[in-house]
Structure formats: structure tokens, C-alpha cells
Design a binder for this molecule. Structure first.
Ligand SMILES: NC(=O)c1ccc[n+]([C@@H]2O[C@H](COP(=O)([O-])OP(=O)(O)OC[C@H]3O[C@@H](n4cnc5c(N)ncnc54)[C@H](OP(=O)(O)O)[C@@H]3O)[C@@H](O)[C@H]2O)c1
Length: 197
């Protein structure tokens, strides 16, 4: 059975964007959350143009190689300028979770308006045995609430942004995590948790 995981670059105070994210503005004033993609001399084997530090590269590429499909929230989709008609991953198909009708989309993108369970089921099918990546704090929270997340990865960046879109949102009950890997790297610490069932 393929796994479902969420991997986000997060500030120490838990934000996945800075202030003022939006279409044409990306992460707002939180662009430093992605600095570690380019702060080294090891090219990613999966993402063209990414040059990571020695410790970050294997962590990043191992996760990227697992992804067969992505479920992104509508806000992530819009703030990423609809991924230019493609997706956030070079090969994975994109599923966008929204309550609202789809805008014009391309054949690489699918809108799901019937809830997180349907989005993850469709993504699993498209992933064809590979794993499903979640993008967006809202989507990750919905999936956690539904008990559909196997792993939570925080690429924790040493900054207190003080505001922005939070990764951590209200949950109806505790979700216990088990730390399986912690990798300190230049500009980021990779924290890999499994959801304890
Ligand atoms: N730092 C990182 O690594 C990272 C990674 C990913 C994204 N981001 C950033 O995070 C921001 C977006 O995150 P976010 O948490 O604010 O939003 P999000 O999770 O991307 O999107 C939330 C939206 O998704 C739709 N949605 C969520 N649950 C749904 C459900 N059960 N049924 C139907 N629709 C549902 C709703 O859209 P509607 O009601 O409007 O249809 C909701 O407003 C963006 O700026 C993005 O660039 C950062």
C-alpha cells in the first residue's frame, strides 16, 4: 500500500509562508523557507536546478523520488500561480482539493471537490504504487483529521517568521508522532516523523 506523507518547509514558529502570500507573491515575505534548495553544490537528481547542501541532498531526493502523485490545497495551487499548468513535481500528477469549481486546467491537473478522502484515493490510483505527497497546511490537516497521513516531514528553517500561513492547525484530538530521522543541515533541520497508530 502506498504511503501518504506531508513534507513542508516550516519556520520554527510553525509557518509555511511569511506574511502576504498569494498569486504572484509566492510565500510572501517568507521566501527564505526555500533557501536550502539552493544553498549547496549538490545537484538534485529529481528537481532540475536545485543545488542542495551535502546533508540535505539525500534527504530531499529520497522523498522526491517516492512521490507518484500530489494532493495540493486550492490556496497552494493559486499562490503557486497554478504551477504554470503543470505540477509541483517533475513527474507526479497533481490533484487540487477545493470546494469551488475548477478554473481552466490542463490534462496534468485534476480538481477534486468531494473531500480529502476522494482526493487521496484518486491520487493513490494515479501514483501507481508510489506515494502521495500533500501540499498545504489546510490539506495536511484535513488528511490528519481523516487518519490518512502516514508520515509528517518538517524541513525546519531556523527563523521565527512571526506570521504567515500556519502549518499546525486545530485538530479534534492528539496525533502522536514518532521521530524516525533528524538530519541537521546548513540552513535547515530535516525532521521525519511517522504517525503513531
Ligand atoms: N513551506 C512549504 O513547504 C509550503 C508547501 C506547500 C504550500 N505552501 C504555501 O502554503 C500556502 C497555502 O497553504 P494553506 O494551508 O493556507 O492552504 P491549502 O491547504 O493549500 O489550501 C486550503 C484550501 O484548500 C481547500 N480545501 C481544504 N480542505 C478541503 C476539503 N476538505 N474539501 C474541499 N476543499 C478543501 C479550500 O479551498 P476553497 O474552499 O477555497 O476551495 C481551502 O481554503 C500557500 O501560500 C503555499 O505556497 C508552503
Amino acid at each position: 500500500m502506498s504511503k501518504v506523507f506531508s513534507a513542508h518547509a516550516v519556520s520554527v514558529d510553525g509557518y509555511i509562508t511569511g506574511l502576504g502570500p498569494g498569486p504572484g507573491r509566492g510565500l510572501g515575505d517568507g521566501t527564505m523557507l526555500f533557501d536550502w534548495y539552493f544553498n549547496g553544490d549538490t545537484p538534485s537528481q529529481v528537481f532540475d536546478g536545485f543545488r542542495l547542501s551535502g546533508p540535505s541532498a539525500p534527504v530531499f531526493d529520497a522523498l522526491a523520488a517516492r512521490v507518484g502523485a500530489v494532493v495540493a490545497g486550492r490556496d497552494t495551487y493559486e499562490h503557486s500561480d497554478r504551477f504554470g499548468g503543470g505540477g509541483p513535481h517533475p513527474t507526479a500528477r497533481l490533484f487540487v482539493l477545493s470546494h469551488r469549481p475548477a478554473p481552466e486546467i490542463t490534462e496534468r491537473q485534476t480538481f477534486i471537490t468531494t473531500g480529502i478522502e476522494d482526493a487521496i484515493a484518486a491520487a493513490r490510483e494515479a501514483a501507481d504504487g508510489k506515494d502521495v505527497g500533500l501540499m498545504g497546511g489546510g490539506v495536511a490537516t484535513e488528511a490528519l483529521k481523516a487518519g490518512l497521513v502516514d508520515e509528517v516531514i518538517l524541513h525546519q528553517v531556523p527563523v521565527l517568521l512571526g506570521g504567515g500561513r500556519p502549518f499546525f492547525q486545530a485538530l479534534p484530538e492528539h496525533v502522536r508522532l514518532r521521530l524516525v530521522q533528524a538530519v541537521p543541515a546548513p540552513g535547515v533541520t530535516h525532521l521525519h516523523y511517522e504517525v503513531d497508530c
